[in-house]
Write a protein that binds this ligand. Structure first.
Ligand SMILES: [Zn+2]
Length: 394
């Protein structure tokens, strides 16, 4: 157990500390990919890097003046740069947006229009009509820039395919806009979209045709060290890989480190899906694990009830594991939607941290209980044995 703990500590410190934020397409992301590929290779796995196109989004911040007042603002993720001085107009409902004349102005969106992140234009898995309508109206009305005034840290617009520059202002500052209607605003966004490439890392142990896949995503949002999301999941899979050497299984163990779960168009996931193997007997995705004072949860997708029971019996040997209802966001859905029996592993209390800790600078090592990570490694190993036994009987 000491060996696993040391190993997990090393991987976590590398990913969250030395590398830090590792958005898809960035140099830090490449450093993280190099690190995990080398750990997997040294553990005796055959490592393949699956390349795809993306952008390296550079952000040197934003500046906003409303009238003569300087207002803290940040660039929305993936925004184009701009330097505009124009009249601004506050808009808070779909109807108001429908009738607003925004051409050449700065559109300040708040209220109803900012109640949740709008899905990126080309995000096809899930994209509500209401979101598409807001985006289409903005493009049609052609404001010089958009400012979203939001109650949470999550950006409302985060889309590299959206070509109107966007900034984000915190909701406490809404008054600044509503009290100075008719004035000018000056917005500068210092960002750059640079063509780049990135890689999924796919590592195989054994050469059997049938496979069990363990996956986690290696990328982060641009402004977070991503401890829970998802250095912890990656570190667990590296530690698991380090325990495989010398063992024989009736199937191949594949470790997939996706690169793009937190990137607007999930390009790594799309690339992986384009050649999805029909040979998976089980997929296990680990994301958001190791939160302090939280059980670890498992949920099932496209699984036979008998298999679910067997897996619960196996992993339930260990304390601190609870079964939860399926939840539909994340890389486990790629496999589940393909009809592959899938297990999602995450901290049971993670859902309350969305919009606050997750995707922010606060998602750091302080959130992590390393002993939970250490307990999860043998738990995943037991899952391999469970499926081995299950397969022998079927
Ligand atoms: Zn995330």
């Amino acid at each position: 157990m000491k060996g696993i703990m040391d190993s997990l500590q090393k991987h976590m410190e590398m990913l969250c500390g030395s590398v830090g934020a590792r958005p898809t397409g960035s140099a830090a992301n490449k450093a993280a990919v190099d690190y995990v590929a080398e750990v997997l290779r040294q553990s005796g796995l055959a490592v393949h890097r699956q390349e795809f196109d993306c952008m390296d989004w550079q952000n040197a911040g934003a500046m906003l003046m409303v009238g003569s007042r300087s207002v803290p603002a940040e660039a929305a993720e993936y925004s184009l740069p701009c330097d505009v001085e124009a009249e601004f107009l506050c808009v808070d409902t779909g109807e108001m947006l429908q009738s607003a004349a925004l051409d050449g102005k700065i559109a300040v969106l708040h209220g109803d229009l900012c109640k949740e992140p709008l899905m990126p234009k080309n995000f096809t898995f899930y994209n509500p009509e209401e979101h598409k309508r807001i985006i289409a109206l903005l493009e049609e009305k052609n404001p010089a820039a958009v400012i979203t005034v939001t109650p949470t840290k999550e950006h409302v617009i985060q889309d590299g395919d959206f070509h109107i520059p966007c900034a984000v202002v915190s909701e406490e500052l809404l008054d600044v806009f509503t009290n100075s209607a008719g004035e000018q605003a000056k917005l500068t966004i210092n960002t750059e979209r640079i063509d780049s490439k990135a890689h999924n890392v796919i590592a195989a142990y054994g050469d059997k045709k049938e496979k069990i896949c363990f996956s986690a995503h290696i990328d982060t949002k641009p402004a977070t060290p991503g401890a829970l999301d998802n250095a912890s999941g990656v570190s667990i899979l590296l530690a698991l890989a380090e325990t495989l050497s010398g063992k024989e299984y009736p199937f191949q163990i594949e470790i997939v480190l996706f690169n793009g779960e937190d990137y607007y168009s999930t390009p790594g996931e799309m690339t992986f899906m384009a050649s999805l193997s029909p040979d998976y007997i089980l997929a296990v995705n680990v994301d958001g694990i190791g939160l302090k004072n939280s059980d670890t949860s498992v949920s099932f997708y496209s699984c036979a009830p008998e298999m679910e029971d067997r897996i619960m019996q196996g992993v339930g040997q260990q304390g601190g594991i609870t079964r939860i209802e399926p939840w539909p966001m994340g890389d486990h859905m790629l496999f589940a939607a393909g009809g592959i029996p899938t297990v999602a592993v995450t901290a049971a209390n993670i859902f309350g941290l969305m919009g606050s800790v997750i995707h922010s600078a606060d998602d750091n090592m302080d959130q992590i209980d390393m002993s939970v990570l250490a307990d999860t490694v043998p738990c995943l190993a037991s899952l391999i044995d469970t499926i081995g036994n299950w397969k022998a009987e079927h």
